[in-house]
Design a protein around this ligand. Structure first.
Ligand SMILES: Cc1cc2nc3c(=O)[nH]c(=O)nc-3n(C[C@H](O)[C@H](O)[C@H](O)COP(=O)(O)OP(=O)(O)OC[C@H]3O[C@@H](n4cnc5c(N)ncnc54)[C@H](O)[C@@H]3O)c2cc1C
Length: 376
C-alpha cells in the first residue's frame, strides 16, 4: 500500500517526491517518459526568475511561491552542485513610457522588501553589455537571476528522494485512475496497478487529462500554449553576459536572451495557443518572430552560430494563477495545474506548499527524524 502516489516526473513531481521522502510513509512517483523532466521542465528558458519579475498581478500564489522558490532554488543549486549561469539579469526599456514602467516596478518591488534592484542609465548598460541595442534608454539590473540546468537538478532531486526511500518509475504511463476501497487505484499502460491513500496529479500539461479520468467535472480549464526557441551554440558564449529581458508586459515576459550554464544562448520564447497538449514543434513564423524581437534587444547577433530550434508547451489554465488544490469530491486527490512559468523557479516552494498547506491540512504527516537532505 502506497501513502503518496505522484503522477508525473517533471521538476514539480520530482521535487515533491523528494519533499515527501523526508516524511514517514511510502512515496511512489510514476513518469510516462523514458527520463524525468523530459517534457516542459527542459523545453523552456531554464531561468530562475528574480523575485521582482514575479509580481502578484499575474497570480498571488504564483508570486508567493515564485519568490520563495527563487531563493530556495539558489540553495538547492549549491547543495546539489547544479550547473548555473549566475550573472544577473537586465530588464531593458527603449521608450520613456517603458522606462516609467521600470521605475514603477522598482518602487513596487521595494515596497515588497526587494531592495537588490539597481536602476541603470543607458551608458551604464552599454558598458556592462556592449552588444545591447543602442536605442536602449535604461534598465533595471537584478542580481538574483540565473539560468540553471534543470535536467541535473531533477536527476539529483530524484537521487535524494530514492536515498530516502522513495520509488521512482519511468516508462510508466498512468492510463486509468479510480476510487478504491483503500483510497485510489492507478492503472498503467502495462497493466500494473498501484493502490494509494493519496494521489498527486503533477502531470503538467496533461493534468487536465489525468483529472478527467476520475472527476465528473475537471475543476480547472487547461489551455496549452507553445513557446519556441532558437539556440546559439557555445561558440557564441560571451556575446551577451547577462539574461536580457524586454520591458515586461501584462501578459508575458516576452522574448529574452538567456545565456546558459553550458555556454549556449537561448533566444525566446514565443507564446501561441495550440490544441495539442502533448507535443509542440517550432514553426518558421515563430523563429522569424524571435529574430525580429531579439534584434530589438541586441545588435549583430551571431546567427551564424545557430545550433537548433525547439518548442515547449506551457501547462497553462484559463486562470493565470497556479492551481494547487485538493479535489472537492476526493480530498486526498491533489491537482497541480496551471503550473506554467515560473514553475521551475517555484518548484522547491511548490513541493513544500503541497506538504505543509495541503496534505498536512488533511491529515498529520510526520517528518523522519534524520532525513538525508542533500545527498545524491
Ligand atoms: C516555453 C516555456 C518557457 C518557460 N520558461 C520558464 C522559465 O524560464 N522559468 C521558470 O521558472 N519556468 C518556466 N517555464 C515553466 C516551467 O517549465 C514549468 O512550470 C515546469 O516545467 C512545470 O513542471 P511540471 O513538472 O509541472 O511539468 P512537466 O515538466 O511537463 O512534467 C509533467 C510530467 O508528467 C508526465 N506525464 C504526463 N502524463 C502522464 C501519465 N499519464 N502518466 C505518467 N506521467 C505522465 C509527463 O511525461 C511529464 O514528464 C516555461 C515553460 C515553457 C513551456
Amino acid at each position: 500500500m502506497i501513502d503518496f502516489l505522484i503522477i508525473g516526473g517533471g521538476v514539480i513531481g520530482t521535487a515533491l517526491a523528494r519533499e515527501l521522502s523526508h516524511c514517514k510513509g511510502r512515496t511512489v512517483l510514476l513518469e510516462k517518459g523514458r527520463s524525468l523532466s523530459g517534457v516542459q521542465s527542459t523545453h523552456n528558458s531554464a531561468l530562475v526568475h528574480p523575485p521582482a519579475m514575479m509580481p502578484p498581478d499575474k497570480g498571488k500564489l504564483k508570486s508567493v511561491l515564485g519568490k520563495k522558490g527563487s531563493f530556495l532554488h539558489q540553495q538547492l543549486a549549491r547543495h546539489f552542485d547544479v550547473p548555473v549561469f549566475h550573472n544577473g539579469a537586465i530588464v531593458t526599456a527603449r521608450t520613456e513610457e517603458e522606462l516609467q514602467k521600470l521605475h514603477r516596478l522598482k518602487q513596487q518591488s521595494e515596497a515588497e522588501g526587494i531592495d537588490t534592484i539597481t536602476l541603470c542609465s543607458r551608458e551604464e548598460l552599454l558598458e556592462r553589455e556592449p552588444n545591447l541595442h543602442p536605442d536602449v534608454k535604461g534598465g533595471l539590473f537584478m542580481p538574483e537571476a540565473m539560468s540553471a540546468d534543470t535536467s541535473v537538478l531533477t536527476e539529483r532531486l530524484a537521487a535524494n528522494a530514492r536515498l530516502n526511500g522513495a520509488e521512482i518509475y519511468t516508462n510508466t504511463e498512468v492510463t486509468a485512475l479510480k476510487k478504491s476501497a483503500f483510497g485510489f487505484e492507478a492503472e498503467t499502460k502495462e497493466g500494473r496497478v498501484f493502490q494509494s491513500r493519496f494521489v498527486i496529479n503533477a502531470a503538467g500539461a496533461a493534468s487536465g487529462f489525468i483529472a478527467g479520468m476520475i472527476e465528473d467535472k475537471v475543476p480547472f480549464e487547461p489551455v496549452s500554449r507553445r513557446g519556441e526557441y532558437l539556440v546559439l551554440s557555445r561558440q557564441a558564449a560571451g556575446f551577451i553576459n547577462h539574461i536580457i529581458y524586454p520591458p515586461p508586459t501584462s501578459l508575458t515576459k516576452g522574448v529574452l536572451i538567456i545565456p546558459q550554464p553550458d555556454g549556449t544562448i537561448r533566444l525566446g520564447p514565443t507564446d501561441t495557443q495550440q490544441k495539442d497538449f502533448r507535443s509542440a514543434l517550432p514553426t518558421k513564423e515563430g523563429i522569424d518572430q524571435i529574430r525580429h524581437e531579439v534584434n530589438m534587444l541586441a545588435v549583430e547577433l551571431p546567427y551564424h552560430f545557430e545550433e537548433r530550434y525547439y518548442a515547449g508547451i506551457r501547462s497553462s489554465i484559463t486562470d493565470p494563477d497556479f492551481y494547487i488544490r485538493p479535489s472537492e469530491a476526493y480530498p486526498r486527490l491533489i491537482h497541480l495545474a496551471g503550473l506554467d512559468s515560473p514553475g521551475v523557479t517555484a518548484s522547491p516552494a511548490v513541493a513544500s506548499y503541497v506538504l505543509t498547506e495541503i496534505i498536512q491540512n488533511i491529515e498529520p504527516v510526520e517528518r523522519k527524524t534524520e532525513p538525508n537532505l542533500f545527498g545524491y
